[in-house]
Design a protein around this ligand. Structure first.
Ligand SMILES: [Zn+2]
Length: 288
């Protein structure tokens, strides 16, 4: 199917729970059902529930299409999940999402964060390779409006990108520097080393410009970071330090698809199937 669909075409394509369940099945078990415990390939199917229940004919283990996915244990219909995934690839607030898919604000907020969690797990697995440029930067006010109305505060970031021979940004990462890696708002050497170890392949050809007043900072990356801040200030009403990384990952994930032929909607749907859910208590837990 063509994944570069308009929202209208997408919602018609996935208008029923059955259509969504079929798509989930296709993604989860492309070669047909496999028992997650014993790898047996035959199951009995109970279809009287909201979602079909698969019982392994060998070990009797029961599973459903959403077990192990971002949608696990959610009471929200798959159809609404699919639409939410579509909207997240466009950038959307919880308030807008709650209107679009007709759920409460709290449900929309939770679904959006569960999808962002899948994005976060995905992006954290892929280190930057090739020619890599790293800047220190910050997320903060980009207009007077964002200072006074949106309560945006400065947060130190590390911005990094794989670049092409011509210097174009190919793949980016925006990293919120944790408090313990900061000294008066500046990333410590140790903090930078931790970031590089985590996010950049060891064989990459690396240029690092630490410090936010460093004139050696890579300008296209500065501009990218500023644009990300501006976008987030405009769309969301001030993002606190607790969830900032999730929004940075979402922004970076979207950007990284702009130069790719693949469909972002298809990829995000796959990531939501492949990644385990994050629960509400975990999401809202205060940092230790
Ligand atoms: Zn089994």
């Amino acid at each position: 199917m063509d994944w570069k669909l308009s929202i209208g075409a997408f919602s018609r394509r996935f208008a029923t729970e059955e259509a969504c369940a079929r798509k989930l099945y296709e993604i989860k078990w492309p070669e047909g059902y496999v028992c997650p415990l014993c790898r047996h390939r035959e199951a009995s199917v109970t279809r009287t529930r909201r979602l079909p229940l698969y019982e392994c004919l060998k070990c009797r283990h029961q599973t459903s299409l959403t077990v192990g996915t971002a949608m696990e244990k959610s009471k929200t219909p798959l159809r609404k999940w699919f639409l939410a995934i579509y909207w997240l690839t466009r950038g959307v607030t919880a308030r807008q999402l709650s209107k679009e898919i007709r759920v409460t604000y709290k449900t929309a907020w939770l679904i959006a964060h569960k999808i962002r969690h899948a994005i976060r797990l995905t992006t954290s697995e892929l280190p930057l390779t090739g020619h890599v440029r790293v800047n220190e930067d910050r997320h903060g006010p980009t207009s007077l409006y964002s200072v006074y109305r949106r309560n945006v505060k400065y947060q130190t970031l590390i911005a990094a990108a794989s670049i092409s021979e011509e210097g174009k940004l190919l793949r980016v990462k925006l990293h919120q520097v944790p408090a313990e890696h900061l000294f008066v708002g500046v990333t410590t050497r140790y903090g930078m080393r931790c970031f590089l170890q985590q996010c950049v392949a060891s064989e990459a050809d690396l240029k690092v410009a630490p410090g936010i007043y460093n004139s050696a900072r890579y300008r296209p990356l500065n501009a990218f970071c500023y644009e990300a801040s501006r976008f987030m200030n405009e769309i969301y009403c001030g993002i606190g330090p607790k969830h900032l990384q999730a929004y940075l990952d979402e922004y970076g994930y979207r950007f990284n698809f702009t130069s790719r032929e693949e469909s972002i909607v298809r990829d995000l749907l796959r990531q939501c199937v492949a990644r385990p859910v994050i629960t509400y208590p975990k999401l809202t837990r205060k940092a230790a």
